[in-house]
Structure formats: structure tokens, C-alpha cells
Design a protein around this ligand. Structure first.
Ligand SMILES: Cn1cnc2c(N)nc[n+](C)c21
Length: 210
């Protein structure tokens, strides 16, 4: 492959994403994706689903409720996804900061930028881009160790997260009109990034060995 466009074509014909999640990231709404993006750090997605189920039972379905939740209660609820104390403190602080800075979750999704997210404790590039892409529907592609490992199989090595991300985004941008033809509808750049990242994860889960 010569570009991330070639990689997308290679992945696209393998039907890696089931159609019920057209942006790949399973969710009921974009607030839940915000929760999931923090909870998924350093754990398996199946564990995140258990924590999200617990939060659903507690009806923690808004920024306001998350900002007011009892810390101990949150710690117990998110135990399945690990680092329960650290992630609980960070989730409550994030909810409070979003309310203070943006008033509403909707306004946050529209106005937040990568710099603001990276200033929040516990949010690094991968989490920031997951929130920007899947919660806020902004044009950022998430890259990760799966992406690095897959590209290594094609002979590519990247020094930094940003370099890997730039390579992935560049090939898509350069071939956007060709990609639009691959999909029989007007697909947004955000949606291509969302699905492309998902295809990489799903491919690597099905093909763990090089
Ligand atoms: C949303 N999400 C984030 N990381 C994931 C993963 N490894 N496997 C599956 N899913 C759905 C994931």
C-alpha cells in the first residue's frame, strides 16, 4: 500500500463493521461516547460495556448528573473498566470543567478544540481524538497501537502519534472524491475517519498475528 487510501480499500472489502453502528463506536448517544473514551483507557472494551451498563442503571446520562454524582458511587459503578479511583475523579472533574467552560454538552461538542481537551487531566491524544471524532463529530482520526502494528506489517514505522495520524488523514483527504464513490452516498470526512479507525481495530482483533 502507498497511502492510507490503499489501506482503507484493503479493509473496506472485508465487511469488518456491522451496519448497526454506522460510525462503528457503539452508543446510545454522544455523551455515552465521552464516558466510554475515558473508561476504555488501558482495558478491554468488554469491561467498558459493563461499566456503561452500571452507569445506565444509575441513570447517569448527562453532564449535570455526572458532575453531581457521589464519588464512591461512581467508583463502584466503573470498577469493571479498571483504574476506578483515577478515572472517577477525572470524569467528575471533566464534567464540571465542560459545564463551566461550555455550559451545555451540545455547545461543548460544537466549540471544543483539541488543545482544551489535552489540558484536561487524564486526556491524551488518543482520548482527545476519540472524543473529537466520535462524540463531537469533528474531523479527527483516532490512531493507536493497533494502527501502528497494522502499518508495521506493510513496512511503515512512525515516530509519533501525530505523524501516524497525519499519514492516515492525508491519504484520505487526498483521495476524498474517490472514497466518496466507494460509498453510495455523500459520506462526511468525519464518518470516513470514524469507520476507518473502527475497521483497523476490528481487522486487528480478527488477525492478531502478523
Ligand atoms: C468503542 N471502542 C473503543 N475501543 C474498542 C475496541 N478495542 N473494541 C471495540 N470497540 C467497540 C471499541
Amino acid at each position: 500500500i502507498d497511502s492510507s487510501y490503499d489501506l482503507l480499500c484493503f479493509l473496506k472489502e472485508q465487511n469488518l463493521i456491522d451496519e448497526k453502528n454506522e460510525f462503528w463506536w457503539p452508543n446510545d448517544n454522544s455523551f455515552e461516547i465521552l464516558l466510554g473514551s475515558i473508561l476504555t483507557q488501558n482495558t478491554k472494551w468488554t469491561n467498558v460495556e459493563k461499566s456503561l451498563e452500571n452507569l445506565k442503571k444509575l441513570n447517569i446520562n448527562s453532564l449535570e448528573k455526572l458532575s453531581k454524582i457521589n464519588l464512591e458511587e461512581l467508583i463502584i459503578a466503573i470498577t469493571p473498566s479498571g483504574f476506578k479511583n483515577q478515572k472517577s475523579v477525572r470524569l467528575i472533574a471533566l464534567a464540571k470543567n465542560i459545564i463551566e467552560e461550555f455550559d451545555s454538552f451540545e455547545n461543548f461538542c460544537l466549540k471544543v478544540d483539541r488543545t482544551w481537551l489535552l489540558k484536561q487531566k487524564g486526556i491524551g491524544p488518543e482520548t482527545a481524538d476519540a472524543i473529537l471524532c466520535y462524540s463531537c463529530k469533528q474531523d479527527y482520526m483516532v490512531v493507536d497501537s493497533y494502527t501502528n502494528r497494522l502499518l508495521k506489517r506493510f513496512g511503515y514505522e512512525f515516530e509519533t502519534y501525530e505523524e501516524l495520524q497525519a499519514w492516515c488523514e492525508y491519504g484520505i483527504n487526498e483521495n476524498y472524491d474517490k472514497i466518496a464513490k466507494l460509498y453510495n452516498y455523500e459520506i462526511s470526512l468525519n464518518k470516513i475517519y470514524a469507520r476507518f479507525h473502527g475497521k483497523i481495530i476490528e481487522f486487528m482483533k480478527r488477525n492478531p498475528k502478523g
